[in-house]
Design a protein around this ligand. Structure first.
Ligand code: CA
Length: 395
């Protein structure tokens, strides 16, 4: 068995185990092409904000060397590539940096609590910390989703800048404090892929009647242009696409998508991920417990989150590049770009969706004002730098 095949099987087993809430070792029989939790598709990342004020220097004295044994719940399957693995690495880093003062047990979705209960579990203190994507919590407060990604919004580099230096993190913490949560940036997928289709997309009209698994604001945009956004657990995606229950699905990028096996059952793989241009992930900590930590542990957690934020994006880029090449060279899938006029149509529909959101929800309006002003400034700057570089320098 090649390493890749072994890894693919291991991955599918993990996804299946996660769905069934069983330890990974229990189910190795079949490689049913099931994937993870619904949640995952939306993202990937490990969020840890930084720029944390040293406001907690009034915590217990470090000299006491009280030790902490914390639980971290995640929305990812156990050891999920990049994200779950990144959480494991974060726990190891914290233990080593604190010289054993804090030890974190990491749980995949379904191991301690169901994946989509991470927010509530950390808020209530059932678990001290969690790792997720903030757009899973739109049901708690609509504005949460704006801190992970907005269709046609900022990319990873720009999101980091807005969050850390443009006031994003402050707004995020203002919102999350209402839920007794303290969030950190802790990961980013980079620009995702638009998804897997069995229908060519040549015009906006081709989205009419298209049943696609696409979460969040992107799903609302699809509906706006005549499609049907379907919310399916990751574990159901392969069979749903194979059987035609859905016509298309997005997931993350080439690395995770390949491991899901979508290239076996879809004809077209479209770029770019207009709906998730820089999905940011979060480390959320129970605020009461975070505030009570000694200052050194607060700073270590902040550093650990930022480290994860950096490493996840670097690893996504590495693996996605490798797996895009595999998809292009080893499969019959046609990798295509969405036509420009299609992207223009989706962008216009996004404006309508966002307008509706900010008219309905005052905190979303406040966040979007900050986001859009920052993006405008970034757009101008990037025209001279990143964008100019990509467009003008041939590779
Ligand atoms: Ca996605």
């Amino acid at each position: 068995m090649t390493d890749n095949l072994y890894f693919e099987r291991k991955y599918r087993t993990l996804m299946e185990d996660n769905q069934q809430n069983k330890p990974a070792s229990l189910t190795r029989q079949k490689f049913i092409k099931k994937a993870a939790i619904a949640a995952v598709a939306g993202t990937s990342a490990w969020i840890a904000g930084c720029k944390d004020e040293q406001k907690s220097s009034n915590g217990p004295a470090i000299q006491s060397r009280k030790t902490y044994r914390w639980n971290m719940v995640t929305t990812w399957p156990p050891n999920f590539p990049v994200l779950g693995e990144g959480c494991n690495a974060l726990a190891k880093f914290v233990e080593e940096a604190s010289e054993g003062q804090m030890k974190i047990n990491v749980y995949g979705g379904g191991e301690l609590i169901p994946a989509l209960e991470v927010f509530d579990a950390v808020s209530s203190g059932t678990a001290e910390m969690g790792h997720a994507g903030s757009y899973y919590w739109a049901g708690k407060a609509e504005a949460t989703q704006l801190f992970s990604t907005i269709p046609f919004g900022m990319n990873a580099q720009e999101m980091n800048s807005w969050m850390l230096f443009g006031g994003g993190v402050d707004l995020w913490r203002e919102l999350y404090s209402q839920f007794n949560l303290h969030p950190f940036l802790a990961g980013n997928t980079g620009v995702q892929m638009a998804g897997w289709f069995n229908r060519e997309i040549n015009s906006l009209a081709d989205f009419k009647g298209l049943k696609m698994r696409i979460p969040g604001l992107g799903g609302k945009v699809l509906s706006q242009v005549g499609g049907t956004a379907i919310n399916l657990p990751g574990g159901d995606l392969y069979t749903s696409l194979e059987r035609g229950v859905i016509d298309a699905t997005e997931w993350i990028g080439p690395y995770h998508d390949y491991l899901m096996g979508f290239h076996e059952i879809a004809k077209y793989y479209y770029a770019p991920g207009w709906h998730e241009p820089g999905s940011t992930l979060e480390l959320i900590i129970n605020k009461q417990k975070f505030d009570a930590l000694p200052n050194n542990l607060q700073r270590i957690l902040e550093a650990a989150a930022l480290r994860l934020n950096m490493l996840s994006l670097a690893e996504f880029d590495k693996q996605n590049a490798i797996y895009m090449e595999k998809i292009k060279s080893e499969t019959k899938v046609e990798v295509r770009f969405l036509p420009l006029d299609v992207l223009d149509g989706l962008r216009n529909a996004t404006k309508e969706i966002v307008q509706d959101l900010i008219e309905r929800d005052s905190f979303s309006s406040k966040v979007y004002e900050s986001f859009s002003q920052y993006k405008k400034r970034m757009d101008d700057w990037m025209n001279y730098t990143e964008k100019a570089y990509y467009n003008l320098i041939s590779v």
